[in-house]
Ligand binder design. Structure first.
Ligand SMILES: [Zn+2]
Length: 113
């Protein structure tokens, strides 16, 4: 989950690092921790969906776009690798060639995970 998605709707508090201010109603909300790695935006998302319907829609839209971008990147990568494999194994019809492809695909799955 990318934390930058809350930008535009919330502003970090300068006096208390564990809090964030809603730009819409100017209330302070807790991030759960003052340490960035342990902070959560769960409460912020809840706040948007409860009190700021329009902002919440914008937020969700933005999030969808981000995810689409990531998927497109992955797909492009995958397509490239697939064509590389077909070139590499195009000349061999032996069973060992098939085994090689399976191994490569398995490694690709691992790399994605
Ligand atoms: Zn608010």
């Amino acid at each position: 989950m990318s934390k930058k998605l809350h930008l535009g709707f919330f502003e970090k508090s300068t006096s208390d690092l564990s809090k964030i201010k809603c730009n819409k109603c100017h209330k302070l909300y807790s991030l759960g921790s003052s340490e960035p790695e342990r902070q959560t935006i769960h409460g912020l998302k809840l706040h948007l969906s409860k009190f700021h319907g329009e902002e919440n829609r914008q937020y969700l839209k933005r999030q969808e776009k981000e995810e689409e971008k990531e998927e497109q990147k992955l797909e492009a990568k995958l397509k490239r690798r697939k064509s590389e494999i077909s070139i590499a194994t195009g000349s061999t019809n032996s069973s060992s060639g098939g085994q090689l492809v399976q191994t490569i695909i398995f490694k690709m799955e691992q790399a994605r995970a």
